[in-house]
Write a protein that binds this ligand. Structure first.
Ligand code: GLC
Ligand code: CA
Length: 535
């Protein structure tokens, strides 16, 4: 019998290279720093790392503005450091997932520089979206950038180029054959260097439609796309249902071609996961049809309130929708683009939710620092570097809070991260969150994650579907209680403020609150906690 592909139910640890570990004292994390800490990563019990971009970049958008996708930025090291990192990871039996950014390049990429030197209508300009101004001199359409402000910038001869993100991130024209060929080369380049897969940035954005038309409600649409703006759900959904630059049918042709490349690496089992913010949710499953990608991020839990009916809905829906294409879901509580889960929903809540999610079918993604229960960094506006903060004149606070470097050891900043000044300030209260301190505290989040991942590997990986026991539509629902059974494990999450007695036989093997009383048939699930029972 062929065993399950490695990625099917993998636990994947996301590393933001600039914030992980600094090996040379310049205040920024780097590839050698990551390599030197891979043993720690391995000790968590994860299967793979995903590295956010470390390619040549002016770093206007944290490296998601790529000037040369087939080289390493000097701030992170060089190609031999990348090779050494991959080798060390493989020696430790960790897979490596690289980030690929196909929606746009940096304006410092040689293609864009030569487009600027070339005439309107030239082959060089055709690799991007250059258009003439409207008759009155205004941009070709009224689209708003996801980072605020117009999504068009004018060049010296009067033409405009499209950028869905920062003006330093010109969008690529995927109808141009050069673009396609160049990305195929980049995929092969990293695969030949040894990576095991890719996380595809803005995977839903590559194909644009109706560039020649104004959108009927550009401001509404731009608010609907922002997770930090409250909006009537029906209105938001209707706006998101048809975005002229997202989730167009044409993107799937691209991933079908890429899948052939991945499969050509045979038993390497190359995988790819799409960052695709799409609506309605069923659309996400198109990215994981059998001839496309392997996984698609499910972002529901990045914003979900700690509320049982809501969580039940998004979790059961994700499982059911993925099942229609024979795929398993992915679960992420934090990433480099959103507030850290401990800050968003609270300490106990985030411990409970993580333990619940680790028992579900599919892949779990952990954003470095999440295993420490790290909160967002508290930053002054003068510290902020996110282009969305800058472009919105401070209206959007941006994502820097989740990107503050990790605390490793000691009592004072920068907590062993660097011997220099960290690129974002770290606060004194993080002395309670260092790897060193948490290792020695049996009730730390670090020890909870490590124990949970070991038990997951032992009892749950590959254990198949879940059966709900307690939920708004199964069993006698008690306010704020969710439970399911999977394989030999029963999982309870008590989201309420009161303890609940539950009747289930077996042995409690872990709880997010740390305190469990030995095997009784009737046991107590403490308020705001999750419990796994082996039976
Ligand atoms: C993705 C990345 C984000 C970046 C954006 C533009 O959403 O996760 O960090 O700013 O793409 O590349
Ligand atoms: Ca460094």
């Amino acid at each position: 019998m062929k065993s399950m592909p490695w990625w099917k139910e993998a636990v994947i640890y996301q590393i933001y290279p600039r914030s992980f570990y600094d090996s040379n004292g310049d205040g920024e994390g780097d590839l050698q720093g990551i390599t030197s800490r891979l043993e720690y990563v391995k000790s968590l019990g994860v299967d793979a790392i995903w590295l956010s971009p470390f390619y040549t970049s002016p770093n206007k958008d944290g490296g998601y503005d790529v000037a040369n996708p087939r080289d390493v930025d000097p701030r992170f090291g060089d190609l031999s450091d990348a090779k050494a990192l991959i080798k060390r990871a493989h020696d430790l039996n960790l897979r490596v997932i690289a980030d690929i950014v196909p929606n746009h390049f940096s304006d410092q990429h040689e293609w864009f520089q030569s487009a600027l030197q070339s005439q309107p209508g030239s082959a060089e300009r055709n690799r991007f979206h250059f258009y003439d101004a409207k008759a009155d001199g205004t941009p070709p359409n009224n689209w708003i950038s996801l980072f605020g402000g117009p999504s068009w910038t004018q060049v010296a001869d009067g033409q405009y180029y499209l950028h869905l993100f920062d003006s330093s991130q010109p969008d690529l024209n995927w109808e141009n054959a050069d673009v396609n060929a160049d990305f195929e080369e980049t995929l092969r380049f990293w695969l030949d260097l040894g990576v095991d897969g890719f996380r595809i940035d803005v995977a839903h954005g590559l194909v644009k439609e109706e560039i020649g038309k104004d959108h009927p409600d550009p401001t509404g649409l731009s608010n609907a796309l922002r997770l930090d703006v409250d909006m009537d759900t029906a209105l938001r959904n209707s706006l998101l249902e048809s975005v002229p630059y997202f989730d167009r049918q044409g993107v799937h042709e691209i991933y079908r071609r890429w899948r052939k490349i991945f499969d050509s690496y045979g038993d390497r089992e190359v995988m790819a996961v799409a960052e695709a913010w799409v609506h309605p949710p069923i659309n996400a499953t198109r990215y994981v049809r059998s001839d496309e990608l392997h996984q698609v991020f499910n972002f529901d839990l990045l914003t979900a309130p700690f509320e049982s009916a809501f969580l039940y809905d998004v979790i059961s829906r994700s499982i059911e929708l993925n099942a229609t294409v024979n795929a398993l879901p992915t679960w992420a509580l934090s990433n480099h683009d959103s507030p850290r889960v401990a800050s968003r929903i609270g300490d106990h809540q985030s411990r409970a939710l993580a333990l619940f999610v680790f028992a579900l079918p599919g892949s779990a993604y952990i954003f470095a620092g999440q295993e420490l229960g790290l909160p967002d960094g508290e930053l002054e506006n003068s510290d902020r570097q996110d282009p969305s903060f800058i472009r919105s004149n401070g209206e959007i606070k941006g994502r820097d809070g989740a990107r503050v470097p990790l605390p490793w050891s000691g009592d004072v900043p920068p907590f062993g991260f660097s011997t220099g000044k960290p690129w974002l300030p770290m606060q004194q209260s993080w002395s309670a969150f260092t790897v060193e301190i948490e290792k020695s505290d049996p009730s730390s989040v670090l020890n909870l994650y490590t124990a949970a991942l070991a038990l997951r590997a032992q009892h749950l990986t590959g254990a198949g579907v879940i059966a709900w026991l307690e939920s708004p539509s199964h069993g006698a629902m008690r306010e704020g209680l969710l439970a399911f059974r999977r394989g030999s494990i029963t999982v309870y999450m008590n989201l309420s403020g009161q303890d609940y007695a539950v009747e289930v036989e077996g042995q409690t093997i872990i709880t997010s609150s740390g305190d469990f009383t030995a095997s009784h048939i009737v046991r107590v699930v403490p308020a705001c906690s999750t419990m796994w029972i082996l039976n």
